[in-house]
Ligand binder design. Sequence first.
Ligand code: 13P
Ligand code: SF4
Length: 300
Amino acid sequence: MESIVKKIKKLKKEKNAIILVHNYQSAPIHQIADYRGDSLGLSIEASTTGAEVIIFCGVDFMAETAKILSPDKKVILPAPDATCPMAEMITPSELKKLKEEHPGVPVVTYVNSTAEVKAESDICCTSANAVKVVKSLGASKVIFTPDRNLASYVEKQVGIEVIKWNGYCYTHERITRQTIMAIKERYPDAVFMAHPECRPEVVDMADYIVSTGGMFDVVAKSSRKTFIVGTEIGMIYPLSKRFPDKEFISAGSRILCKDMKKTTLKKIVSSLEPLEPLIELEPETANRARGALQRMLEIS
Ligand code: 13P
Ligand code: SF4
């Protein structure tokens, strides 16, 4: 493994590439990261980096977002089949129809969406800034796509009507109230952090409702020792690495996003050598989607 890591570091230098890694990636991938974070942090990094090439270790919507924000850079997804099923749960024509049914209502789209759906939206958001984005609109009603659970969380926090699309993350939906109750019984002093993609009844049990990046901030500010991690199991590794004196309890081994685990060191080497597979987007779609993403970044 050491030699493959060395090879990646050498190739990265030669190609003027930066490696961006989502928090859910597996441990070996974390070790070669130039930057790791949540969707918001990764989008900001992709839009500001001076590197010519972005190697994206995550899923397709994240790499597409990087390409939209940095159209002149080469953006590479080493695992080209790594996708987010939630992003496929709404099509541009379904969103157009929803807009027709609610004329004049602003559309907020979670970044876990296709470039075509972003292009049909007024503004994007991530789990870290969804509440802030919706509040910034000053609207009495918004359309929120595609995640119904993030939409419910936003509705409660902002106190306005949210027209929700019925999308969801299969990984987060596997976390149930019963599972959390059982863990809490075993660890009565534990702090429960939930990702807002969890079911509303699970979110209601949480001490903190935060993005994956927000989980680091909660732990950093807390004097408590044990934390129940209500999100994808991959979060246990970077949290334990950064806070070796704290204890992190996963919501279960089934809380796994198989697409997030498709990136391997081998695939990274194979993509750095020829600089492919490249993310390519239709320019008109990318331009329209960029507006929605930039509006989000302006208020973040
Ligand atoms: P974060 O932006 O909180 O890292 O979430 C991304 C994601 O896909 C959650 O499932
Ligand atoms: Fe998509 Fe869920 Fe995987 Fe995140 S964890 S990438 S929302 S399927």
